[in-house]
Design a protein around this ligand. Structure first.
Ligand SMILES: [Zn+2]
Length: 165
């Protein structure tokens, strides 16, 4: 901690106290350069990440809303509650490690899609179409194309049956 008097970053803590409710820690410090004493306060800061929607509105990151969207996409698909919880947890980690206080809603959608496509292709497509709200149908078609082109996933799709005339 920089000394407020001489601005040297060289101090020692001479006393540490916690507030009665345990929410604030007060530290009495002594500058090793000029000998002046000063106090710092430490308090827990809980900030919820703001999600910036497409229209510019900001809403707090809502785990339950994300869960609803995922459950809808995974309806009657072999995706367990635990897998959904894991996806949400992973997305939260991504959000917290990539941004300070704001995150684009698009970022969240893309992270979810990335995890979901590894688990269940049908749920992935459902989620992509509902949650991301592609501005143009073309975007979605392109997304489907990319998916079908992926050699790893191709075996999931049997070749289309030829129509009898
Ligand atoms: Zn000092």
């Amino acid at each position: 901690m920089k000394c407020p008097i001489c601005h040297q970053d060289n101090d020692r803590v001479v006393d540490t106290r916690m507030s009665d409710d345990g929410s604030v820690i007060r530290r009495r410090r002594e500058c090793c350069n000029c000998g002046r004493r000063f106090t710092t306060f430490e308090r827990l800061e809980v900030t919820s990440t703001q999600v910036v929607k497409k229209d510019g509105h900001r809403v707090p990151f809502d785990r339950e809303k994300l869960r609803c969207g995922l459950e809808r996409a995974c309806w009657k698909r072999p995706v367990s509650e635990e897998q959904i919880t894991t996806i949400i947890a992973q997305v939260e980690i991504d959000v917290n490690s990539s941004f300070n206080s704001e995150v684009d809603s698009r970022f969240i959608g893309e992270r979810v899609m990335e995890y979901l496509r590894e688990i269940d292709q049908v749920a992935y497509v459902r989620f992509a179409s509902v949650y991301l709200c592609f501005e143009e149908a073309r975007d979605f078609a392109k997304e489907l194309d990319n998916m079908m082109d992926s050699p790893k996933k191709r075996e999931d799709y049997p070749p289309p049956k030829k129509r009898k005339k």
